[in-house]
Design a protein around this ligand. Structure first.
Ligand code: HPA
Length: 269
């Protein structure tokens, strides 16, 4: 496993013209951030040794290097979800490669169902913490020496970055919520009883990504900042049928606000 990570990192290092310490996983709600990256150069996942292959035809994914918010960055366009059938090792492989490349801070986004009754569709929720409900742990197996066997998770999402993001949101007049993200395997959305249970457990929003990558980033000593776009509501009395299209539509509407916060934060981080 470590050999594969190092082989991939060596391949990328030989091609890299910059040395970013900031990485972004362009999840739902951040796709358009790509247009703001300047001095770009790209490497397709399919050309990267050991990188998982995309399951979706025509969406092979790529790493994009360039500048954003005045900083050298590395962006992942296309992420790997557990529900697609990837192993946890595959889902989190790129994060471990990031560690080898010298990444110090990781920015992530996702779409999520809101369970906090104060939330509305289209809200941005700064992730303050998570609850891991994936059926397999990404650190299961022989420990890789990037971090301890039993890693601390008392500050999985950097408090410093959260404080800066709140400052930026205030300055720019962008409404933000804060809350706990529950990570589940999907691919089903939740039943009303499941939304209720996750809320009782302490969750404010639920989604099908992010938690594996964040756990591995923390194990690697990479600081994390994450935002969810609330695309539907799992609140008693407000639950309606959810579709992927509606999730996408709500995420697209939130995109400019999400992008502003991320760009500014990268600039100030
Ligand atoms: N549940 C799980 N994942 C999601 C949801 C949801 O309601 N909305 C967007 N991603």
């Amino acid at each position: 496993m470590l050999e594969k990570i190092q082989e991939t990192a060596a391949f990328l290092k030989a091609k890299m013209q910059t040395h970013p310490e900031t990485a972004i996983i362009l999840g739902t709600g951040l796709g358009s951030l790509v247009h703001e990256i300047t001095d770009k150069y790209e490497i397709s996942y399919k050309d990267i040794p050991n990188f998982p292959l995309s399951t979706v035809e025509g969406h092979s994914g790529k790493l994009i290097f360039g500048k954003l918010g005045g900083k050298d960055i590395l962006a992942m366009q296309g992420r790997f979800h557990f529900y697609e059938g990837y192993s946890m090792q595959q889902v989190t492989f790129p994060v471990r490669v990031m560690r080898e490349l010298g990444i110090k801070t990781l920015f992530v986004s996702n779409a999520a169902g809101g369970m906090n009754p104060d939330f509305e569709i289209g809200d941005l929720m700064i992730i303050t913490d998570h609850i891991n409900l994936f059926p397999e742990h990404p650190l299961r197996g022989k420990n890789i020496d990037y971090g301890p066997r039993f890693p601390d998770m008392s500050e999985a999402y950097s408090k410093e970055l959260i404080a800066k993001a709140l400052e930026i949101a205030k300055e720019r007049g962008i409404k933000v919520q804060q809350g706990v993200y529950v990570g589940t395997q999907g691919p089903t959305f939740e039943t009303p009883a499941e939304y209720k249970m996750f809320h009782i457990l302490g969750g404010d929003a639920v989604g099908m990504s992010t938690v594996p990558e964040v756990i591995v980033a923390n194990h690697c000593g990479i600081k994390v900042f994450g935002v969810s776009v609330i695309t539907d509501l799992g609140v008693e009395g407000k639950i309606v049928e959810v579709s992927h299209e509606e999730v996408q539509k709500a995420a697209d509407a939130a995109q400019p606000r999400m992008t502003t916060i991320m760009r500014e934060l990268i600039n100030r981080a």
